[in-house]
Design a protein around this ligand. Structure first.
Ligand SMILES: NC(=O)c1ccc[n+]([C@@H]2O[C@H](COP(=O)([O-])OP(=O)(O)OC[C@H]3O[C@@H](n4cnc5c(N)ncnc54)[C@H](O)[C@@H]3O)[C@@H](O)[C@H]2O)c1
Ligand SMILES: *[C@@H]1O[C@H](CO)[C@@H](O)[C@H](O)[C@H]1NC(C)=O
Length: 321
């Protein structure tokens, strides 16, 4: 009995010692991480090592869209083998000809991301016809922009299928090859609406919040399993001038331009960043939502930023099927 208790106390002491040791190590490393992060914030991109995407196979979903098209063009310029997926064939063709105008080629596939079987089938086709994907950019997204009671059920389901469920199918299809190659990058396109609930976006915001959880969990899995050369980047942009939020005129900050978003996104990928929030200033505003009284947050949103009012101007979109 006495022996038992003694051993227990000993192991408790050793575990306290372990915790203290790990904490001290963590504090010392944190000092280094903060300095490193400050250092890279101050160094312009032109002077820092950036991952080359030359020869890499990069797959962009929603490649026919506003951001997707700019991504395809810029990735082709960097020497990547660009593969684009979209449900809209006409938009895909336009991206292909824009890439061709610059003297490059992009391979396109008509895929409905809401159809799991189609995603798996197209993934096999890409592997056969192009090769193993090095960088996967889950960029496609839809928004219907209705209040909860106006949204029809099919629209809600479609938003979930495209904006988040498809990420499971594409990552399941392409991550095993990345693990085998010991190299890869998974890019999740979320939104500022995935960090802050937005008017007329009960479905859209919820799916974008889900992308944050998806990315963060996937990141912990990759790191915990020692896949240190497979990167994950979460991209959360504010409104972008692509037509997705047509009619909305935000009060304080103008919409971002798709070219700027594509460029910032690719820089972030090439720096292996874990998070990319655009514009950067949003990073400093977000913690306020946890710190300030809820009434004050609502007043800031409603009175000063006029967020809901500007979303009321969103042009109506045909709801799904
Ligand atoms: N536009 C914005 O204000 C804004 C803000 C923050 C985040 N985002 C996100 O950025 C990403 C790109 O948005 P964008 O502004 O380029 O939008 P966009 O509407 O211009 O392009 C989206 C593309 O996805 C494609 N797509 C839609 N459903 C699909 C499906 N079922 N299968 C395959 N493809 C499908 C569309 O055909 C379109 O070409 C999206 O994930 C969006 O949610 C946009
Ligand atoms: C897109 O391009 C393909 C191949 O060039 C062509 O067969 C198809 O008809 C085009 N689709 C649209 C909608 O323009």
């Amino acid at each position: 009995m006495l022996e038992d208790r003694k051993m227990k106390t000993q192991s408790q002491v050793s575990s306290i010692f372990d915790i203290a040791k790990d904490t001290v190590l963590f504090l010392v490393l944190s000092f280094y991480y903060i300095l490193e992060s400050l250092f890279w914030t101050l160094v312009p991109n032109a002077f820092r090592p950036m991952k080359s995407l030359k020869g890499d196979i990069v797959l962009v979903t929603g490649g026919g869209g506003g951001v997707g098209r700019r991504l395809a063009i810029r990735l082709a310029r960097l020497g990547a083998k660009v593969v684009i997926w979209d449900v809209n064939e006409d938009a895909l063709n336009k991206t292909c000809s824009a890439v061709r105008d610059e003297g490059y080629e992009a391979k396109s596939y008509v895929v409905d991301l809401a159809d799991r079987a189609a995603v798996y089938k197209s993934a096999q086709k890409v592997k056969r016809e192009v090769g193993k994907v090095d960088v996967l950019i889950n960029n496609a997204g839809v928004v219907f922009g209705e209040t909860l009671l106006e949204l029809n059920d099919a629209a809600i389901e479609r938003t979930y299928k495209v904006n988040i469920l498809s990420h499971y199918w594409t990552v399941k299809a392409f991550l095993p090859d990345m693990i085998e190659n010991g190299k890869g990058h998974i890019v999740t396109v979320g939104s500022v609406a995935g960090l802050l609930g937005t008017y007329r976006c009960t479905d859209y915001s919820a799916t974008k919040f889900a992308t944050v959880g998806f990315h963060e969990s996937l990141f912990t899995e990759l790191r915990a399993h020692g896949h240190s050369s497979i990167y994950a980047t979460l991209v959360c942009p504010y409104y972008i001038n692509t037509g997705m939020f047509d009619g909305v005129t935000p009060r304080l900050m103008p919409m971002l331009e798709p070219d700027y978003v594509a460029e910032t996104m690719i820089d972030s990928i090439r720096k292996n960043e874990v998070n990319c929030i655009m514009p950067g200033s949003v990073r400093y505003l977000l913690p306020l939502k946890c710190l300030l009284p809820a009434k004050m947050c609502w007043d800031l949103m409603h009175r000063v930023m006029k967020g809901p009012q500007s979303m009321m101007e969103l042009k109506k979109k045909p709801q799904a099927i």
